[in-house]
Design a protein around this ligand. Structure first.
Ligand code: ADP
Ligand code: MG
Ligand code: ZN
Length: 587
């Protein structure tokens, strides 16, 4: 796309240059008049050698009877018209402000020509799909039966997402069944996950499983350069979709249109109109509209709250980057159509591809297949796969984070540090998952899940949370004798929590602190100093607790962290099994 665009631009510039050169050249070859004194010109007129004179302010252009061109200047105010007329010369007087239309004025039009060319060019830039003539057409691509059908069997490593979407497939297949129960059929599903985790793929699989048409458009395609086009595209898309119901409308990169509407003055920008139209369309679905909108994003945090309200995208499905088992399953899916040499172990490849997304894994197998084909092998060998990994990691399309063995070790101890402190404190929530697969900003995660929804949090729970947050840093210190920047977010969270415990929850020795109203003011410097001191004390206590737990149970820390390095993800039950029946609360 881009090279073609640049090529077009170059061709256009070349064309403009040619035209201007041609015009200048044409001007230069036209016979230049001979400049003569006015006296000589008048003498020639007397001798009846001049046929015609054109006067432009103080310049005379003369044409002689035999076609010669002359030019002469006259004094200002002096008029020669009478005398020339007397000599039988045709006299033309041209107003100085309206020059004859000649080459010079065409040259003056050049910038205009250039500008209109540029506008034409910009209008075309979207490619054949969105030419000016087709404004308002949604341009949605439609994949109906007959196209390559994708099913759930082609999607691997995202079992929870598949389960949740299986329900949508049911709705599409047997809407009456749900309607007779009085169930409200969902209108929108929001798929959330980093790039390459299979959001597009799984949406197509839903359509494939249900055997319904699939309309797909990207949020960025809605946001055009002309105001109002996006909104009319949305209208057109839904008109098409309703005609082919039951069907799926897939909106990729919905954050391009669905960013929360800022309080920018003037407010009615293109994106906002498009978003409003989308909301209007979704609200307009009645009980018999069997259209399900699936939208994908990797930035759920920037979405407008209006999109997430009930009756819109109220179902949310997360697609996480695959763990080792997920990676293996994805590799198996993509290896189905490829001959693998005997002895190739996909589990080993999964082991070596920590941090790869589904798209990276598909890419890796493809690179390996290309390598094997190029060396005329009958099947893909281990070396091809390993070279494929290198290509995906080091190639230009690199999106995955490569983690060295040493970093992996630090991350493992850090995460297990969090987890063991949680497990050792009675008031901490149960550990659900420990993982060293990076997600977003975090290099690893330890997930806690409260046993039940709770609305009140006790001081003991908050101090336990602070100690758990510091467990990562404490483990690094204990094992490596050094600390890393990896704990930055933990430290921020701890400081924030400590401060809130002092000021908002009055859980320190200061008692109730008279805090200023939310909309302004600040603590007096004396109180602020006390708050800081109390917050520091809470943090120190929490850190001491974390350190004490981990040094007392160092053996378990090492054992679990080393295991985590191998398997990358441990769930709550596995953690309990590793800790054994003798594990007790601390203190
Ligand atoms: P996203 O839309 O989340 O960016 P895509 O669905 O476009 O990701 O994924 C790109 C390609 O990567 C897919 O066509 C597929 O080949 C492969 N892929 C990604 N995730 C998976 C998965 N979970 N299972 C199988 N293949 C996957
Ligand atoms: Mg996609
Ligand atoms: Zn941490």
């Amino acid at each position: 796309m881009l090279p073609r665009r640049i090529w077009l631009a170059a061709a256009f510039v070349f064309f403009v240059v040619c035209v201007s050169v041609a015009i200048l050249f044409a001007r230069d070859t036209s016979p230049q008049p001979t400049v003569v004194p006015i006296s000589q010109l008048l003498n020639m007129a007397d001798r009846h050698e001049i046929a015609k004179v054109t006067i432009t302010s103080n310049t005379l252009y003369a044409t002689s009877v035999n076609g010669q061109q002359y030019q002469a200047a006259k004094e200002e105010q002096q008029t020669v018209t009478e005398q020339l007329r007397h000599d039988g010369v045709t006299v033309v007087v041209v107003d100085a402000t309206s020059r004859p239309i000649g080459a010079s004025s065409i040259a003056a039009l050049l910038p205009l020509l250039f500008l209109s060319g540029l506008i034409w060019f910009m209008m075309r830039r979207g490619g054949p799909n969105n030419q000016v003539m087709s404004f308002g057409r949604s341009g949605a691509r439609r994949f109906v039966q007959g196209g390559p059908t994708v099913t759930f069997a082609d999607v691997a490593g995202v079992e929870e997402a598949k389960q949740e979407l299986a329900e949508i497939v049911e709705f599409l297949k047997k809407p009456e069944k749900f309607r007779s129960m009085g169930a409200r059929i969902p209108k929108g599903v929001l798929l959330i996950g980093p790039p390459g985790t299979g959001k597009t793929l799984i949406s197509r699989a839903v359509a494939g499983e249900a055997g319904v048409p699939f309309f797909s458009i990207s949020g960025s395609e809605f946001v055009e350069m002309f105001v109002g086009v996006g909104a009319s595209r949305v209208r057109d898309l839904f008109r098409q979709a309703k005609r082919h119901a039951p069907c799926i409308v897939f909106i990729d990169e919905i954050d391009a249109v669905g960013r929360h509407r800022g309080n920018n003055v003037g407010g009615h920008d293109e994106r906002e109109q498009t978003l409003n139209q989308l909301l209007v369309e979704m609200d307009g679905f009645d009980a018999n509209t069997n259209v399900i909108v699936i939208a994908a994003t990797n930035r759920p945090d920037v979405l407008d709250q209006a999109l997430l309200r009930p009756g819109r995208f109220d179902r949310r499905v997360m697609l996480d980057p695959p763990d080792i088992n997920g990676r293996r399953a994805i590799l198996e899916v993509h290896a189905r159509s490829k001959p693998l040499a005997p002895g190739v172990d996909l589990a080993a490849i999964a082991q070596q591809t920590s941090g790869f997304s589904g798209a990276d894994l598909a890419n890796l197998l493809n690179e390996a297949a290309i390598l094997a084909a190029r060396s005329d092998k009958p099947a893909i060998g281990r070396e091809d796969l390993e070279e494929g990994i290198m290509r995906v990691v080091a190639g230009p399309e690199r999106r995955s984070r490569v983690v060295t063995e040493y970093e992996k070790s630090i991350i493992a101890y850090h995460e297990v540090g969090h987890a063991l402190v949680m497990k050792a404190l009675k008031h901490a929530h149960p550990v659900q998952k420990v993982s060293i697969i990076s997600r977003g900003q975090a290099l690893g995660v330890t997930v806690q899940a409260p046993k039940e929804d709770s609305y009140l949090t006790s001081r003991a729970q908050l101090t336990a949370r602070m100690a758990s947050l510091l467990g990562g840093r404490a483990a690094e210190e204990l094992i490596f004798g050094d600390v890393t920047t990896g704990a930055r977010q933990d430290l921020e969270a701890v400081c924030d929590l400590a401060r809130r415990m002092v000021t908002e929850f009055a859980m320190s020795e200061l008692g109730v602190v008279a805090t200023p109203p939310r909309d302004g003011g600040s603590l007096s410097s004396e109180i602020a100093a006390n708050v800081d001191r109390e917050a520091m004390r809470l943090i120190d206590q929490a850190f001491a607790t974390a350190r004490a737990i981990l040094s007392e149970r160092r053996d378990k820390l090492v054992e679990v962290a080393e295991h985590l390095k191998k398997v990358e993800t441990i769930n709550g039950d596995e953690l309990d099994a590793l800790l054994g029946p003798d594990w007790t609360f601390f203190g």
